[in-house]
Design a protein around this ligand. Structure first.
Ligand code: 13P
Length: 266
């Protein structure tokens, strides 16, 4: 009998966060190119989601549906209320009606530039769940926090606050994205080992708080300058279950390479 851990049975999720890029014409072009670049078999081992700006969602949904492309539609943000006088905001049921399956909550750009606290992220995650969609809950430390030796405690606090009040069953179905802020859009990827260490820390936190089954099922993505070239090694780490990709997801061929990381693994 081997003492090797059982192979990771979690299906990786590769998500493209387009951020504030691509108008709806460009979005249609990009999703059509991506559909062409991927073969039906490519989806056997990996789930794929794209997160266009709100103004593109209907256009992208129409292409995915008409051409039966097995890419999930995602959003980048949402409001926590189901409706009401919140000028400029988008409610979870509106996204659900467009077949949105995944919603990013608490991206570091939302936390840093728009003042979102763990409490707000927690409310948004619950609102997404209430509308039968899956939140991708983002956490990650700044460079200063890492240099001060506070990376783990920062991420622990974000996990506790952002997932407060959720049951083990619910946490089991979540996606958590570990995105060290210093690696976002900078070209400075965390080393596969650093990324693995933090993702393992997150999983052990989930294990101690929500139990074995939640820890074994929750998917933990890594994000921060993921490209076709570095994805194979990052995705080979036992506690990394996918990637949240920014810049490289704007280019359909590069994103398809990341989705197909298995083909490039040693
Ligand atoms: P980059 O891949 O451009 O570094 O962005 C990462 C990110 O923030 C994805 O949400």
């Amino acid at each position: 009998m081997s003492n090797e851990p059982a192979p990771n049975s979690r299906k990786p999720l590769i998500s493209g966060n387009w951020k504030m890029n691509h108008n709806h014409f460009e979005a249609i072009q990009t999703i059509q190119k991506l559909a062409y670049a991927l073969n039906p078999r490519d989806y056997d081992h990996v789930d794929v989601s794209v997160h266009p700006p709100f103004t593109d969602l209907r256009s992208v949904q129409t292409v995915l549906q008409a051409d039966e492309v097995p890419v999930s539609l995602g959003a980048q943000n949402v409001h926590m209320a189901s409706h009401g006088a919140f000028t400029g905001e988008i409610a979870p049921p509106m996204l659900a009606k467009l077949n949105v399956e995944y919603v990013i909550v608490g991206h570091s750009e939302r936390r840093e530039l728009f003042g979102e606290t763990d409490e707000v992220v927690n409310q948004k995650a619950k609102a997404v769940l209430a509308a039968d969609m899956t939140p991708i809950v983002c956490v990650g430390e700044t460079l200063e926090q890492r240099q001060a030796g506070e990376a783990e405690s920062t991420v622990s606090q974000q996990i506790s606050g952002s997932l407060a009040g959720l049951s083990g069953d619910v946490v089991a179905g979540l996606v958590i994205a570990y995105e060290p802020i210093w690696a976002i859009g900078t070209g400075a990827t965390a080393t596969p080992n650093d990324a693995q260490l933090m993702c393992a820390h997150i999983r052990s936190l989930v294990r101690s708080r929500w139990g074995d089954s939640a820890a074994d099922s929750v998917r933990i993505q890594y994000g921060g300058s993921v490209k076709g070239g570095n994805a194979p090694e990052l995705m080979a780490q036992p506690d990394i279950d996918g990637a949240l990709v920014g810049g490289a997801s704007l280019d359909a061929d590069e994103f398809a390479r990341i989705v197909n990381f298995r083909l490039y693994q040693a």
